[in-house]
Design a protein around this ligand. Structure first.
Ligand SMILES: [Zn+2]
Length: 239
């Protein structure tokens, strides 16, 4: 029995604005799905090179640290395919260049299911969720999936390079204000905590991380009588 209504043979692609967003948003679910043998890859759009207040930290050094943190976090939840697009932190825009690269990646990995942040989350209640890179990536990923990736008339030069149209079947949006899918991550909560621990450079309150994760994802699970859960808005894409 696969969570989220999946068969277990789907290919999964997670598209994350920064290193660590995937681990806050969905790495418990990823740990479960990879344990169930699913084929999962990560695309990380920036390497988080502005994620510091240390005046002596150079952007390229921080980018290297954060890529390594993300690779280790991915390995903990069973994911070895991690691609960094290396856009500059804080400068993502839902423009042609970004969408073309996303379409190229979608046509490369040919996922059945994509996980990304919810473009409908425009409440600005939580500064972390509403970060510009999160908003822009959420929109760009949706636009790249529908209709661009499945339509040969978008980015026609990609056809010449061998990137044939690929239609994604559904999206699981995380960081969503209107979830319709809850995944029980009780068996994966330790893996999620360990994955988040890898992002040490971003954890000002590292000592309280485990307590925060247990409280936060315990709260998500409570209304569905799960000890710990991650929630998503699942959307079928018509073809
Ligand atoms: Zn982020």
């Amino acid at each position: 029995m696969i969570d989220g209504g999946l068969r277990g043979s789907e290919k999964i692609l997670v598209i994350s604005p920064h290193p660590d967003d995937v681990d806050f948003g969905c790495s418990g679910t990823i740990a479960k799905w990879s344990h169930q043998g699913m084929d999962i890859a990560y695309i990380i759009c920036t390497s988080g090179d502005k994620g510091t207040d240390d005046p002596d930290m150079k952007a390229e050094v921080l980018a290297n640290i954060r890529e390594e943190e993300q690779r280790r976090a991915a390995a903990i939840v069973g994911v070895s395919k991690v691609t960094f697009l290396r856009f500059k932190d804080g400068e993502l825009r839902n423009d042609e260049a970004f969408r073309e690269i996303l379409v190229r990646m979608i046509r490369t990995y040919k996922p059945d299911v994509v996980l990304s942040m919810d473009p409908a989350n425009t409440r600005f209640e939580n500064p972390y969720v509403s970060h510009s890179d999160h908003r822009e990536t959420a929109l760009a990923v949706f636009d790249a999936i529908y209709p661009a990736s499945g339509n040969r008339n978008f980015f026609p030069k990609l056809l010449d390079e061998g990137f044939m149209p690929h239609a994604v079947g559904r999206i699981f949006f995380f960081a969503t204000p209107t979830p319709n899918t809850w995944i029980d991550i009780t068996d994966a909560i330790e893996a999620k905590i360990e994955a988040l621990r890898c992002h040490r450079s971003q954890m000002a309150d590292f000592d309280n991380l485990e307590t925060w994760v247990r409280e936060r994802f315990g709260e998500v699970g409570r209304e569905k009588e799960m000890a710990f859960a991650e929630s998503f808005r699942q959307l079928e894409i018509p073809h």
